[in-house]
Each structure stands twice: as structure tokens, then as C-alpha cells.
Write a protein that binds this ligand. Structure first.
Ligand code: NDP
Length: 490
């Protein structure tokens, strides 16, 4: 069993209280590692280190200097992707090939934002007052606290850390108690890349750490990914200190298939939307709107794909569905499946905890498809975060847009059609931060990602992300030297 320490001010440290918590491998139910439970004193130590680093050498660095360090970090990550991916798979049970793909994409985020660090610039503004020269500076927001979720810890961290480092911020992250190891492995790479002590810090915890971190008065910005309910708590805690927040929260994304779509690609997109990652992703395409003209064909093909998925050890290359991440998650998903059958939805595939002898010790739920679901039903409205698809029939474009938007969430969406006009008409009407046309589940460092409505506040990735880690300062210079009426705003 591995015993991890936290990473504060460039050093591996345990908690001042010496309390530790366990991490359980969801594939075999065994405790495989322990982590320190950070107390408020540990959080304070991490935030103080980040403040010191911010006020010290880090703040004086140029964008080019930060970019050089970020590129070194990208290279080190590229050399260690297998180790990082495996650590996540052991803790969250997601397929190694999924976590490997994520790990392999991480360097591109650090190099993209390294480019923005080097090319970041303010504006020179010519106001209507001709006696003034005005320019703007983009200054780092300060010390950032990040709370990341267990489903994709390193990519969710990178979406925050890369723009924060590029902007010149320092950082304290609290990973999920279910998946802490990979973040600590990344900390070793940050140190090896040569970042000054205190620029990047990791506190681990299970219960009180997150709250202590986001309410610390030394934090200037909180970047959170997790459930909408916890996001609301984070925002309330941040309000006391007027701490800036970006929130990447839950989703219940519509995946819309029209009768003129390429059905093979569309069903493949439906599988990717809900069964890849075991449905444990904020952007899961969990509401599958299918045109009535193709309802039978799509329903039966998807149900067959669900029944045929290879369930098993997430480390093996052939496996298509691993276990859910932790016990409470399994009960939550099973509760929704019961709610679906209770509400009269038609169970087309799955619906049970796997009873296969070799999977008994793991947290396996069969890939599940419900047909003829109504949009108002619980399984169509609440985030399940598991491999459960709800097929909702529709007939017209207006009807499907109304149904798709009739939900508190607005993270992602997709539309499958060969009619380019319709595709863009619908893209403009969907209330979601992302619309994929004839695709599902693709992301990029250059493309902003985030939620409408209850799915969040702010955007990760792209220029938008960089802006959210900076404060804009306007600098006014008087040019004429003439003194003016001090009692007029002018
Ligand atoms: P949560 O959304 O509850 O977040 C847990 C994290 O938030 C922990 O790190 C925790 O730290 C921290 N936290 C909890 N309360 C506070 C607070 N008041 N202030 C600051 N930080 C706090 O995720 P769970 O892992 O518990 O998952 C619950 C459900 O959320 C899942 O079933 C899933 O449906 C959904 N979810 C959605 C995600 C998405 O991307 N949309 C991602 C992850 C989960 P500490 O342990 O120290 O309290």
C-alpha cells in the first residue's frame, strides 16, 4: 500500500494532525493508498507559501520565463503519461485508455498557455479626452485555490493550472478525496521542471479541507469543478471575501439525433456521450433526443451496443466499461435506475449491478438504456453521473429545442443531422456552453468550455480562461500639464 504526502512550498509534508484517509480501488475493493487529511492549519501553511511565492520571485517573472518553465513541465508530463494515467485508473476505475488519452493531451494545454503567456498584451486606448494617454495591463489575480473532481483529476486541474501559471498566479489545489494520487505525482513534475517553491501546492483531505481552502482570506480566486450543489456552497463561502470564482458544474446534456443523420456515426456518438467514462463526466450526453422516424432503429441499435460492451478490468485495452468510482456513486446510480423503472420508463438494456462472478468485488453497473422517457421524469432531469441513457422521442425542430432547453443545466449538447442549415439554427438556439455538430466529447486548449445556467460560471480554456486569471488595470497619464477644476469628474 502506498502512503502519499502532500506538497507544500516545494516539499512533501504530512498533516500537522497526522490524520490520514484511505483510497479504495473500485475494481477490487482494496485500499491501495493513504493520504494526509489536511487541517485548517495545513491549508493556511499552503496558502501562506503561495502568497509568499506570489509576492516574491514569481510575480517578477516575465511571460517568456513562465512559458519556458511551462514547456519544460509539458515535456516532463509527456515522459510520464503512463504513470499518471495508471494512478487515476486505480483510484477512479475509469478506463486506462481514457485516462491515457487525457494524460497525453495535457502537454498541449501547457504549451498553448505558454504561448499566451508570451504573447499576452494590454490595450492602448485613445479616450475622448485628448489630454490623456491610457493603456491597460493584465495583472495576475493572485493566489488561486482549485478544487477538482474525481472523474478526470488531471485534465480538470490543467484547465485551471495552465492559464493560472501563464497569467503569473500561484496555486493551491485540493483534489477529490477519491482521487488524490495523480495530482501529487504532477507536483513532483512541477518541482522537477524548476518552478519556484510555493508556486504550486497540493493539500489533500476528505471532509473539511475544501471549505477551509475556499474561505481562506489569502485566496484571490477559486476555480471549482464538481456538483452544482457544492458549487453553490463554494460561491457562498467565496462571497465573504469577495473572492473571484469560476465554477464548472453539473450537466444533463442533450444529444439530438435527426432522421437525416448518419445513424452509424450518431449511435457511436451516443455511446461516446454516455458510456465512455462510464457516464462519469460532466458533459455526458445523458438525454438522447431521437426523431420518431428513427426511434425504433436507434433504440434497438443503442441497446444492443450497450449489451455488447465489454465490462471488466479498466487497465486492459479491450475493456469498454470499468467500475464506478466509489460506493456512494454506485448507490446513487442504482437509485436513479430504480426511479426510472418506477416512473414507467422502458428498460431496453442493463438496469442491474453486474452479477458476474469475476466482477463481484468491483462497483460495476450494467450499461443501461431507458426508452420512451419523458423530459419531465427524474432520470431526464437530474445528473446521474453513471452509464444510464434516457431516450426521449421528438418530432419537430421547435419541439426538440424546447425540450432540450427545459432543464436547469446548460453545459454541453450535440446535434446529428446532414442539414447544415438546421444544424446551425439549432446550435444558435440551444442553451449550452458547447454545441457539437455531428460529434460528441471533444475538447481543445484553444476552445472555451463552460456552462450556461446551473452548469457554471465562467469559461475554461481559450483566451477566456486566461482573462479569468487576470485583473485588468487601466493606467491614465495626463499629457497637457494644465490643472483642472478639482470638483468636476473629468
Ligand atoms: P462534490 O461536488 O460534492 O465535491 C467534492 C469536493 O468539494 C471535495 O474536494 C470537497 O472537499 C469539496 N467541498 C465540499 N464542500 C465544500 C465546501 N462547502 N466548500 C469548498 N469545498 C467543498 O463532488 P463529489 O465527489 O462528492 O460528487 C458528488 C456528486 O457530484 C457526484 O455524484 C456527481 O453527480 C457530481 N459531480 C459532478 C461533477 C461534474 O463535473 N459535473 C464532478 C464530480 C462530481 P472536502 O472533502 O474537503 O469537503
Amino acid at each position: 500500500m502506498s502512503a502519499f504526502d502532500m506538497f507544500i512550498d516545494g516539499e512533501s509534508v504530512s498533516s500537522v494532525t497526522s490524520v490520514r484517509f484511505d483510497s479504495i480501488d473500485p475494481y477490487n475493493g482494496e485500499t491501495w493508498a493513504t493520504f494526509p487529511e489536511a487541517s485548517a492549519a495545513d491549508v493556511d501553511r499552503a496558502v501562506t507559501a503561495a502568497q509568499r511565492a506570489y509576492e516574491g520571485p514569481w510575480r517578477q517573472t516575465t511571460g517568456a520565463e513562465r512559458a519556458a518553465l511551462m514547456r519544460r513541465l509539458a515535456d516532463l508530463i509527456a515522459e510520464n503519461t503512463e504513470q499518471l494515467a495508471l494512478a487515476d485508473t486505480i483510484e477512479n476505475g475509469k478506463l486506462l485508455r481514457e485516462m491515457r488519452g487525457q494524460a497525453e493531451s495535457l502537454p498541449s494545454y501547457y504549451t498553448y498557455f505558454a504561448g499566451l503567456a508570451e504573447t499576452s498584451r494590454g490595450a492602448s486606448i485613445i479616450p475622448e479626452k485628448s489630454n490623456f494617454l491610457v493603456y491597460t495591463r493584465n495583472e495576475p489575480v493572485g493566489v488561486v485555490a482549485a478544487i477538482t473532481a474525481w472523474n478526470s483529476p488531471l485534465i480538470l486541474l490543467t484547465w485551471k493550472l495552465a492559464p493560472a501559471l501563464a497569467a503569473g498566479c500561484t496555486f493551491v489545489v485540493k483534489p477529490s478525496e477519491h482521487v488524490s494520487a495523480s495530482t501529487l505525482l504532477l507536483a513532483e513534475l512541477v518541482k522537477a521542471a524548476g518552478f519556484p517553491d510555493g508556486v504550486f501546492n497540493v493539500v489533500t483531505g476528505a471532509g473539511e479541507t475544501g471549505k477551509a481552502l475556499v474561505s481562506h482570506p489569502g485566496i484571490n480566486k477559486v476555480a471549482f469543478t464538481g456538483s452544482t450543489a457544492t458549487g453553490q456552497h463554494v460561491m457562498k463561502a467565496a462571497a465573504d471575501n469577495l473572492t473571484r470564482v469560476t465554477l464548472e458544474l453539473g450537466g444533463k446534456s442533450p444529444n439530438i439525433i435527426f432522421d437525416d443523420a448518419d445513424l452509424e456515426s450518431a449511435v457511436n456518438g451516443a455511446v461516446s456521450g454516455i458510456f465512455a467514462a462510464g457516464g462519469q463526466t460532466c458533459m455526458a450526453g445523458s438525454r438522447l433526443f431521437v426523431h420518431r422516424g428513427i426511434l425504433g432503429e436507434v433504440s434497438s441499435t443503442l441497446a444492443k451496443r450497450a449489451r455488447d460492451l465489454i465490462i471488466g478490468d479498466p487497465v486492459l485495452d479491450e475493456t469498454e466499461l470499468g467500475p464506478l468510482a466509489f460506493e456512494a456513486q454506485l448507490h446513487k446510480v442504482m437509485g436513479y435506475i430504480e426511479a426510472g423503472t418506477g416512473e414507467g420508463a422502458e428498460l431496453l438494456a442493463g438496469g442491474r449491478r453486474s452479477d458476474r462472478e469475476d466482477l463481484r468485488r468491483g462497483l460495476f453497473v450494467e450499461p443501461t438504456v431507458f426508452g420512451n422517457v419523458r423530459n419531465g421524469q427524474k432520470i431526464a432531469q437530474e445528473e446521474i453521473f453513471g452509464p444510464v441513457a434516457s431516450i426521449i422521442p421528438f418530432e419537430t425542430e421547435d419541439e426538440v429545442v424546447t425540450l432540450a432547453n427545459d432543464i436547469p443545466y446548460g453545459l454541453a449538447s450535440a446535434v446529428w443531422t446532414n442539414d447544415i442549415r438546421r444544424a446551425h439554427r439549432i446550435a444558435a438556439r440551444l442553451e449550452a456552453g458547447t454545441v457539437w455538430i455531428n460529434a460528441y466529447r471533444t475538447v481543445s486548449p484553444a476552445v472555451p468550455l463552460g456552462g450556461f445556467k446551473a452548469s457554471g460560471i465562467g469559461r475554461e480554456n481559450g483566451y477566456e480562461a486566461m482573462a479569468s486569471y487576470t485583473e485588468t488595470k487601466a493606467v491614465w497619464t495626463e499629457l497637457s500639464g494644465v490643472s483642472r477644476d478639482p470638483f468636476r469628474l473629468g
